[in-house]
Each structure stands twice: as structure tokens, then as C-alpha cells.
Design a protein around this ligand. Sequence first.
Ligand code: ZN
Length: 459
Amino acid sequence: MPAPLPVFLRLLLLFKLVAPVTFRHHRYDELVRALYKVHNQCPDITRVYSIGRSAKGRLLYVLELSDYPGSHEPLEPEVKYVGNMHGNEVLGRELLLQLSEFLCEEFRSRNPRVLRLIQDTRIHILPSMNPDGYEVAAAQGPDMSGYLIGRNNANGVDLNRNFPDLNTYFYYNEKYGGPNHHLPLPDNWKSQVEPETRAVIQWMNAFNFILSANLHGGAVVANYPYDKSLEHRFQNPHRTSESLTPDDKLFKKLARVYSYAHGWMHQGWNCGDYFPDGITNGASWYSLSKGMQDFNYLHTNCFEITLELSCNKFPREEELEREWLGNREALIQFLEQVHQGIKGVVLDDNYNNLPGAVISVTGINHDVTSGEDGDYFRLLLPGTYTVTATAPGFNPETVSVTVGPAEPTLVNFQLKRITDQVYPVRRVPGGGPRSRGKVLSRTPKRKDTATKRQHRGPA
Ligand SMILES: [Zn+2]
């Protein structure tokens, strides 16, 4: 019969069992439990939902954080984080669990910055887009020898090469004319993509996401679109040429916000490679087709960047705390970036919301559209812009608007049904509380849940 454990050892074991084991890797069941744990700790500001199933049938869980979970509030932007798309790149998965727990705890302790973030933003966190690949990688553990083991999904497909290729279509339109946004999916797209990709595309179409980051590993750099190079014929095997979006300045800023708020990404030298400011255009690093960030930009209103967060794709548990501390501020600051530029509501002459109205900014060949509540969000750097709202059957309306460095400027549109051909230009001064109050008074932000549209997301 074994001797009873000394009292101090029993206490230690008890403590280990009940205390939150924070910095460790989470297998699938543990990840699900961790998400529900956050939900149970913060039931008023969270919701757990699934966007579909992996090839092996694992549910793809999302944790939502919002002051009205389950509802889209007009003028409140939707943002998302996606982790572990490559099953063996596991840091993002653990960082997103940490972030979920951190936001919940700080909200409970009334941290004013987190209160504001959750009150003004609807945050969706998908810690693992590839849970099947993760289980293969995790079975090997941090010391695995195969660099690519678990990268792909259970059907052996790299999910970041699996989205419909809309770049070719856009490059053609840029040259010969055609839509510069919301490029349509191919008719047979569902049969061409993996279950995880299909779930994510349906998720993107169910919510009007505005800002997003896709968390990877294997390098330390913030990578912005396009990933796909235009000039395949002249590719240098090491560095291809840049492939820039019409929103290049904005994307560079978004990437820099992350790299400079990150503990060491901005220093440039990491993992034996050098990226000035810790950022890179995707195609200038290496060109890839059918990636997720290009797809976000070309098919939806969402601006996504790809974050490479660790040299080691599967870091040891001892490294997780340092990584969290190095990324925490950057993960928060990046979410806060959704509150810049302009936003507003597009109405018709009878004050009905106009979903699907197109918002164009002169000089930037990439439009955005209003969501189901007629609200739109157009991320812009500080400056003065000419902005036009159009909708079929209505006269367009053009305004001049100044965007300041903080807070989005509210610009509402009221479009008149086509009866005359006069397009008045009105000036909207930027930033001033008077103008904001005046514009807002026409469409007060609705907080009553009774009138709210319920958003449950695809099952
Ligand atoms: Zn990756």
C-alpha cells in the first residue's frame, strides 16, 4: 500500500487541479471547455456559436464578445480573429483563448478601455479553423520533427490555398472595367472548397465584418494584401514583386499598428529574416493564390491582414506567457483600429434603411456596401475625401468629409428616388461634436433589444 502523500504535496495537487492552468496548449475538448468557461464567467457579454464542421466533423466554435451578444447593433462594427488555420501553427489558437479570457476578466473589473471596446465593437473569435490538423500536430507535440505535419486539413488540403481565386477577376476588372468590390463567388464554389473554407465563407457572408486578422506562425511579420502576385512570369524565387491593393496606405498602417504594439515584431529582424517595420506585402514576400486575406477584401467589406507570430510554429508551453505578453497590446490595438474613417446609415426619402448601397471614395478603387440595417463602415486614414453613396433606383449623393485621427466621422446619407438630376454637394466638417450630434439625431442608435435583428450565424 503506498504511503499517503505529504500534506503540502496534497495541497499542491489540489491547487493545480482547481487553479486555472493558463499557459498551456489546449487539445480540442479543452479548447471547447475553455470557450464555455469564458462564457460562463461573462454570460452577459459573450456567446459561443459554431459556424460549421471540419472534415472530421469537429464543430468550428466561435466566441463572440459584445454588449449585446447575438445581435448586430446599427453603427457598431463587427470584427474577427481567426487562428490555427494551419493546424501545426498553434500560437494564435492559444493567444486567442488568452485574449478571450483577458477581455472577459477586464470587463468584469471595469477596465475602461475594455468596457469601451466591448460596448462599441462586436468581436468574433475563431480560435481554430483547422481543429483536425491541430490534433495531428499536437499528437507530435512541440518537438515534432516534421515541419508540415498537421498543416493541412484532414483531406490534405492547405486551407490558405483553398478560397476561390477572385484576384484574377479583379485584376481584369481594374484594367478593363467592372466591379471593384464584392466580386461574386463562382457558381460551383461549394464543391470546390473544403468544409472548413465553406464554413468560413458562409460566416463571412452572414456578418458584415469590417476588420480581421488571420493568425499564423513560422515567421514574425504582419502581412497585408495582396498575397497573389500579378507578375508570375517574372517571379524571383526569393522575392516577388509587390502586389498592392487600392487601400495600400491603410493596410500598411493596420500592419504597422500590430507590429509596433507587438513586443519585437517591429524590430524587423526575426527568425533569420528581415522585414522593415516588421510588415510586408504578401506577394512581395512570396506569392500565393486562393488565400483568405485577398478573398476577404475582394468578396466582402472586410479588411484582413495575416499575422505571422512565432518562429517556432509549435512553441513549448514555457514560451506561451512571454508570447502572450508580447502580443496582448497588439491584439487589443488592432481591434481598436476598426474605429476610424467614416461610418453612417444610408436611408431612402422615407427614412427606411437601404441595405446594399455602395459607398465610393474618390481616388480609392475599392467600394464598400451598407449592411442589412443600412449602416456602412469605411476605414480611412485621416484626410479629406469625396464620398458618394449610390443605390439602384436612387439619385447618388456626394459629400466632402474630413476624417480625423481618432473616432470615425459620422456621415449619413438620405438618397432620393430618381426624379430629377440635381446632385447637391454638401460639406461635412470632420470630428466636431456639433456635426456628429446633428447627423446622429436623424438616426439614433437603437439599443432596445426588441427591435434588434437576431443574428445567430450559420449553424
Ligand atoms: Zn500558416
